[in-house]
Design a binder for this molecule. Structure first.
Ligand code: NAD
Length: 491
């Protein structure tokens, strides 16, 4: 247990208990409570947003020069790095990912603050070509209070990805982490405070999405929502945003195709496909969960893949050797089990996995084995719906045209992978597949300097990249008159 006492939230510039219901955050590897919290109440939401609005108006944060705000963000990056190990351990307890992964998430959060600090102090507004007796400029202004709503699967990384550019842009931020993984958002708020972000500018409101997330989204002082989560929730937020005429960015679900051509380097492709679907226990929006393999190599590839899946080290997230930890919760594991049963009812054969692992070390946690399903059509529900767990659907394909058609036959279009030694084919397929990100001869690699987002039901807008800061700003055009003569009506 991190603390027997309920953890305070960061509300309106104070550290205090939420006025909502008490609940426990559980360690998914054992089901034991690791922290007790009191959720935010609707009054807490209103107070935090009103105070954030005041802090935006009065604290001078928005007026600081870019290099001055950047200096604070560099300090945030440095503080994250100084506390990297305790943060990684806490993140492991909060969401059950293996320690090797949570260390990478913490490093990524620090890198995100550093990147947006550098982007901020080097970002340029533009002078546009004048078409009259005036100088024309396009500049960007902060928006006010913006909200960041995040899911449970990679908390510190996804929260940093919203907090850093939103603060860089000069805004106040209300952060709503997933109810079951609130700890990293609270740590980030504490670190921002230590680094010199003005009081009240960042609040963290833990609690149920349908209550707290909904109230934040509807609040009239919230000028933008940056959301990462499920597609159904994203649609709900987009509807509220339409009524408020409020911009939103939505990073949503996926069912990403990975395509292995007959000329692929099979060692790399086997490893890449295993990593693409089974790292993070498949609880990843970009998981390569639909596998297409060229028919001539299908048999051999699936044998090697199944062998690799069976050899993955599933177990204690605290161990350096663990490759796959538990799923996030008992109810989520039941969802995954329901999908495997659905797959079987649709005609799937379980090639490997399809069960809870056995042994005393797995008794209390929410573990599930790496699972490969074969024999389904791409139109089957199990092939089309996001499972968000360690379940891969494998299908053979016959030719390139058939491959592209099947790969693009999905409501989602978040990511895709191509494995081939023929760079011309890989280029053709990489351009033809509809997805926000395409990996060629690699998978699930990320760079904060490269934009990320989805097409279709996978989302709207882009995060990351230098331009990521502009998502949290309004654009303004300035005309500076240089007239020697008065305007025509004055003559
Ligand atoms: P979710 O949509 O249930 O919850 C996400 C967040 O939204 C949580 O903080 C939740 O409390 C909040 N929320 C829920 N209902 C809300 C409402 N009515 N109004 C406002 N906020 C509300 O998603 P989840 O189960 O936490 O996460 C899994 C989903 O997230 C998967 O679909 C996954 O693909 C997606 N995801 C997408 C990306 C991406 O970048 N595209 C990254 C990670 C996860």
């Amino acid at each position: 247990m991190i603390s027997a006492e309920p953890l305070p939230l960061s509300i309106a510039g104070q550290w205090r208990l939420g006025a909502g219901d008490a609940y426990d955050s559980l360690y998914p590897a054992t089901g034991e409570p690791i922290a007790r919290l009191r959720a935010a109440s609707l009054d807490d939401v209103d107070e935090a947003i009103t105070r954030a609005h005041q802090a935006f108006r009065d604290s001078g944060w928005a007026q600081r020069l870019p290099h001055e705000r950047a200096a604070v963000l560099y300090r945030v990056a440095q503080l994250i790095r100084e506390q990297a190990e305790p943060l990684a351990q806490k993140q492991r307890l909060d969401n059950g990912k293996p320690i090797s992964e949570t260390r990478a998430l913490v490093a990524s959060a620090a890198g995100t603050f550093q990147f947006f600090a550098a982007a901020l102090e080097t970002l340029q507004d533009t002078l546009t070509p004048a078409r009259g007796p005036y100088v024309t400029m396009s500049v960007h202004e902060p928006m006010g209070v913006v909200a960041a709503i995040t899911p449970w699967n990679s908390p510190i990384a996804s929260e940093a990805q919203k907090l850093a550019p939103a603060l860089a842009a000069g805004n106040a931020v209300v952060l709503k982490p997933a109810e079951i993984t609130p700890l990293m958002a609270l740590e980030l708020a504490r670190i921002c405070e230590q680094a010199g972000v003005p009081p009240g500018l960042v609040s963290v409101l833990a609690g149920k999405g349908a209550v707290i997330g909904d109230a934040i989204t509807r609040h009239p002082l919230v000028k933008r929502v940056s959301f990462t989560g499920g597609t159904a929730t994203g649609r709900h937020i987009a509807r509220i945003a339409a009524d408020k005429m409020m911009p939103v960015s939505l990073e949503l679900g996926g069912k990403s195709p990975t395509m292995v051509l007959e000329d692929a380097d099979l060692d790399h492709a086997v490893n890449g496909v295993l990593f693409g679907i089974f790292s993070s226990s498949g609880e990843s929006c970009i998981a390569g969960s639909r596998l297409f393999v060229a028919r001539p190599i299908y048999g051999e590839f699936l044998s090697r893949l199944s062998e690799g899946a069976n050899a993955l080290r599933v177990g204690d997230p605290a161990s350096e050797r663990t490759q796959m930890g538990p799923l996030i919760s008992a109810s989520h594991r039941q969802n995954v089990e329901r999908y495997v049963a659905l797959g079987v009812s649709e005609g799937a054969r379980i090639r490997t996995g399809g069960a809870r692992p056995r042994g005393p070390e797995f008794d209390r946690g929410y573990f599930y084995t790496p699972t490969i399903l074969e024999g389904l059509d791409n139109r089957a529900r199990t092939s089309q719906e996001e499972i968000f767990g360690p379940v891969l659907v494998a299908l053979p394909f016959d030719d390139e045209r058939d491959l592209i058609e099947q790969a693009n036959d999905s409501v989602y279009a978040l990511a895709a992978g191509v494995w081939s030694r023929d760079f011309k084919r890989a280029w053709r397929i990489g351009r033809a597949v509809q997805a926000g990100t395409v990996w060629i001869n690699t998978y699930k690699q990320f760079s904060i300097s490269t934009p990320f987002g989805g097409w279709r039901d996978s989302g709207l807008g882009r995060e990351k990249g230098r331009e990521g800061i502009f998502q949290y700003m309004e654009q303004k055009s300035l005309y500076w008159g240089t007239n020697e003569q008065p305007l025509p009506w004055a003559t």
